[in-house]
Design a protein around this ligand. Structure first.
Ligand SMILES: Nc1ncnc2c1ncn2[C@@H]1O[C@H](COP(=O)(O)OP(=O)(O)OP(=O)(O)O)[C@@H](O)[C@H]1O
Ligand SMILES: [Mg+2]
Length: 236
């Protein structure tokens, strides 16, 4: 299996504060990799580092292309879509306007075709096409954020805690849709989650992060079985 994304010795800092201390990790082509860890471990920062939002050192490869040091906009154009923590939805805009923003890199006609596909995945968004995003439920907002990211037709989807603040049934629904999208679109996913149980079920591989260092890497099955890791880092 080839890797779509590979990070080598990845470091990141906010000003003088060093947050990531040399991470090595990979996302396989067509696969799902989970990044787990407690609050403040550096999960969000890792996704920001991949997108060029924080200053980094080390190498990040997307396929054969070095993307570290590139501008966020260029990284997006190379096929990396980011669903940030807090979803990054434009609350005052409608569902439709948010989706159009997601498709901004693509010709209008193609984007409109893809809207149909998104409504097939997320029928709730279709019903609420003209609704102001800020008035959507939390689950609907998460769906909108994912749909918007997918309209870029990314090769790599970065998801920052899609389950955050949502009821278990909605979380299940979102992960069912993500599984379908992964299969249909062949998109590779790097999933950051506090909800380790659901992340390990969805991902084939996982990394456990502790204060900016990877303390365990392996198959989701192995990590899920490790009693010590479960108790220390995963909280279940
Ligand atoms: N803009 C910032 N400026 C300074 N420090 C920051 C900034 N953003 C994050 N940090 C620090 O970086 C560390 C890692 O934060 P990060 O948000 O990556 O953690 P996380 O694993 O995503 O946590 P959570 O599960 O709470 O979302 C924390 O100590 C945090 O205080
Ligand atoms: Mg975070």
């Amino acid at each position: 299996m080839t890797n779509l994304l590979e990070a080598k010795g990845l470091r990141a800092a906010y000003g003088e504060t060093k947050v990531l201390h040399g991470l090595d990790f990979a996302v396989r082509q067509g696969g799902v990799t989970a990044l787990l860890g407690a609050n403040g471990a550096g999960k969000t920062t890792t996704l920001r580092a991949i997108c060029g939002i924080v200053r980094t050192q080390g190498e990040i490869l997307l396929g054969d292309t070095r993307i570290d040091g590139k501008a966020t906009e260029d990284i997006v154009r190379l096929g990396v879509a980011h669903v940030p923590e807090g979803r990054g939805t434009f609350m005052e805009l409608s569902v439709e306007e948010n989706l159009r923003l997601g498709a901004y890199t693509r010709p209008a006609r193609q984007a409109t075709e893809d809207f149909g596909l998104m409504f097939d995945y997320f029928p709730r968004l279709k019903e609420r096409y003209k609704q102001q995003a800020g008035t959507l439920s939390g689950g609907e907002q998460q769906m909108l954020a994912i749909a918007r990211a997918l309209l870029l037709r990314p090769r790599l989807l970065l998801l920052d805690e899609p389950s955050f603040g949502l009821a278990p049934l909605i979380v299940q629904e979102i992960f069912r849709i993500l599984a379908r999208i992964k299969q249909d679109a062949g998109v590779s996913i790097l999933l950051v989650e506090q909800n380790a149980a659901i992340a390990l079920e969805f991902a084939e591989h996982a990394y456990v992060l502790e204060t900016g260092r990877i303390v365990m890497a392996g198959s989701s099955a192995d990590i899920g079985k490790d009693e010590g890791i479960r108790r220390s880092y995963l909280g279940y």
